[in-house]
Design a protein around this ligand. Sequence first.
Ligand code: ADP
Ligand code: MG
Length: 449
Amino acid sequence: MHFNDLQIDTRLLRSLEHLGFAGMTDIQEQAIPLAMTGRDLIASSKTGSGKTLAFLIPAMQRLLTTRALSKKDARVLILAPTRELTKQVFAQLRSLLGNTPFKAQLILGGENFNDQAKALNKRPNIIVATPGRLADHLEQRNLDLAGLELLILDEADRMLDLGFAAQLKAINDIANHRKRQTLMFSATLDHAQVNQFATGLLKEPQRVAVGQAIDLHEDIDQQLYLCDHLDHKQSLLMHFLQNEDNQQVIVFTATRADTERLATEIGEKGISTTALSGDLSQSQRNKIMDGFSRGLKKILITTDIASRGLDLLNVSHVINFDMPKNPEEYIHRIGRTGRAGASGTAISLVGPKDWFSFKAIEAFLKRTLEFGQVEGLVGKFKGMAPPKPKAAIKKNIEKAKGKQKAAKAKKGKRNKGYFEGVEGGFGPVLKRKPRPESESESESEPEVE
Ligand code: ADP
Ligand code: MG
């Protein structure tokens, strides 16, 4: 099917022709006609399959062909979890606005609040925003959404993960009227938390799923390597970064601090590298992303702030320096490559500290992931035994207690103090083996927008 086959306004069709796509993707074919009926929709398909246009086209069509419910309020609101993704959605929207009279406004955290208030006062028809900042403007009454016709949540599951449920609910409550339509898009929406949330927000939603989140992404070659410790990971990372087939590479670390540290180390080896994290100011973030998307830097080191939605067509490799704690983020991180039919490679480094995250990813994908080896860089770590079930631990404790009692009785009064000094009375028995060297000092923190 081609965009021409959709019953859409010719102005919109002309803009789409400029994009030069040969046809529609599966999710576009399925989701656009359904969304154009006005029904609520929960839509999912793999990363890089064109979900943005799948919601932008029905949004534009609605503006072009129906009368506004309110003259002053925005008609369409699109929310996305990170500033970078929100900017990208806005850029794609702008490519469709050319032949129309509609005004769109970008509202991001980290940018001047008063300037945004002034821009909102000019009554844009479409707002593309991060949820935290938009909720702040609602609270300050810088906009009203009573006349909102279409609410679109891109990467809705991530917004919930980041703790934006209350903001989304506040936005929903203000725009809660019979004619409001809601669309939810992500590669990973099959989630109890998302379903529960959707029930409160959407009215008898239609569901469109092109494949399942856990299906193997055929355009992404997934490779995994076991690592002993931080130094070993770094040696493997350097090995992969020196690969001549690399175009651009995104490296994911667990923490913000690690992005800077690694970028400095790699930069010192003469590879052009940049680091992006939520610690930076918005202008720094803009500069970094502009430079990387223009190909001025070869390597981007980042956290899960960049795991969702970003569409950078020269990214040939994704490297998980640390494994993500949340299995869904694995799907999104590797999905920064292999987009729109191109092929890509995703390399994951699995050390002792990543082991349980790795097992959670395997369980989520319902697949065993095989490890490869790099000659000269094969370590000793071969994985860990699963944690003992609780009942077994309890039994061990009982056993230990029994042994201690027996030992106490045997040694008599002279040794009485030994177990008493240890909390629980059986410290030596329960003493754990020292933990393997950790890959990063602190746990990852959410990147709130
Ligand atoms: P997703 O949100 O599913 O991860 P995007 O909407 O970011 O995917 O689109 C991924 C890439 O595919 C973008 O570069 C986009 O311009 C491109 N694209 C979108 N629709 C089509 C199409 N019909 N044919 C070819 N490429 C497309
Ligand atoms: Mg997307």
